[in-house]
Design a protein around this ligand. Sequence first.
Ligand SMILES: NC(=O)C1=CN([C@@H]2O[C@H](COP(=O)(O)OP(=O)(O)OC[C@H]3O[C@@H](n4cnc5c(N)ncnc54)[C@H](OP(=O)(O)O)[C@@H]3O)[C@@H](O)[C@H]2O)C=CC1
Ligand SMILES: CC(=O)[C@@H](O)[C@H](O)COP(=O)(O)O
Ligand SMILES: [Mn+2]
Length: 360
Amino acid sequence: MRRITVLGSTGSIGVQALDVIEKNPDLFTVVGLSAGSNADLLGEQAARFSVEHTALGTDESVALVRDVETDVVLNGITGSVGLGPTLAALESGATLALANKESLIVGGDLVKQRVSPGQLVPVDSEHSAIAQALRSGTASEVRRLVLTASGGPFRGRARESLRDVTPREALAHPTWDMGLVVTTNSSTLVNKGLEVIEAHLLFDIDYERIEVTVHPQSIVHSMVEFVDGSTIAQASPPDMRLPISLGLSWPDRVPGVGVPLDWTTSQTWTFEPLDGEAFPSVALAKEVGAAGSTYPAVFNAANEQAVLAFHAGRIGYLDILDTIRAVVDAHSPGSDALTLEGVLEAERWARAEADRLLAG
Ligand SMILES: NC(=O)C1=CN([C@@H]2O[C@H](COP(=O)(O)OP(=O)(O)OC[C@H]3O[C@@H](n4cnc5c(N)ncnc54)[C@H](OP(=O)(O)O)[C@@H]3O)[C@@H](O)[C@H]2O)C=CC1
Ligand SMILES: CC(=O)[C@@H](O)[C@H](O)COP(=O)(O)O
Ligand SMILES: [Mn+2]
C-alpha cells in the first residue's frame, strides 16, 4: 500500500489522481492534500478520503511535504510556485510524481542535483511515454526523442490570423481537458517548448536530438528513436489517468486504469511538421534551454504573466509570444552558478519586466 500526498488536489491532475486512488484502495491511500485557495473542495476531498493533513498555498504545501510521512508526492500544482514543494518532496526522500513541469524547468540543475536515482517519475504524458519506451533500451542507445504535439486549437492557422482570437477560443483544446494555464500554453505551443526543456532535463538528451511532430489525435504520446533505426512509441487514448497511475505506482502498471485502443474500428493517425513560423515557441524554448542558467525561468515567468494578462483581457493573443521574446532578450543572467535565490530573483525580474511591457 503506497501512501500518497497530492499537491494541487483540486485541479485537473489532482482530481484525476484521486479518481485513480479511489478506484484502487488496495494499492493507494491518501495521507496529505493541498490546494491553492479552493478550501471548500479541499475540505470535501479530505472528508471523502479521511485525510487528516491538508494545506493551502505554497508555504503550507512545503510544510505538508516535510511533516507528513509519505511514499509518493504527486505535484499537480500549476506554475513555477511548485518549485518549493518539488524541492521539499525530493529532500523528504519520497518518490516525486511530477506533473508540475514548471518546477523542473525553472529549477533546472538545482532540481536535478537533489534527485536520487529513480526518485522522479514524470507524469506529463509525453515524458511518461518516453520513460515507458526507455524501459526497452539504455540511454546510450537513444538517437533522438520525438515529442508529439496536438497542435492545439489553432493548428493550420497563419500567425497573423491569430491576432484577435479570444480566451475562449484559446481554451478549446481539441483533445485534452486540462487547467487554464496548460491549455492556453498548448494553444501557443509554449507547452511543447516547455516540454522540450523538460525532456532534456529528464533524459539528458541534447536539444538537437529532441524533435517535435504534430499529431492531432493525441494517441501516440511520444517516441524514442534508437541508434539502429528502431522507433518505440507509446500509444493510448488521451486520458491522463494512465500516466498519473504510473507516477503513483512506478514501475508497476495499475490494471484497468485506462481504456485500451479499439482495433476493431478504422482509425487514422497523422503526423505533420510543426509550423515554426506560426508557432515560434518551440524554437525559442530550445534557445533558452540551450542558454541554460536563469533563461528557462525567465521564459516561463514571462509566459505566466502574459497568459494571466491575456485572460484578464488586457492584451491580445500575439502579445503573449512577443512579450516572452522581449523579456528573454532583455535578460542578463548573473555569472555565478545557479542558486535558488538567483532563480527566484530572475523570476521576480521577469514578471516585473513582462508586466511593464504589457502595461505599455
Ligand atoms: N491537466 C492535465 O491534463 C495536465 C497537466 N499537466 C501539468 O500539471 C500541472 C497542473 O495542471 P492542471 O491540473 O491542469 O492545473 P489546474 O489549474 O487544473 O490545477 C492547479 C492546481 O494547483 C493548485 N494550486 C495553485 N496554486 C497553488 C499554490 N500556490 N499552492 C498549492 N496549490 C496551488 C490549484 O488549487 P486551487 O484549485 O485552489 O486554485 C489546483 O489544485 C501543471 O504544471 C500542468 O502543466 C501536465 C500534463 C497534463
Ligand atoms: C496531456 C499533456 O501531457 C499535456 O501537456 C498535453 O501535452 C497538451 O497537449 P499539447 O500541448 O500537445 O496540445
Ligand atoms: Mn504534456
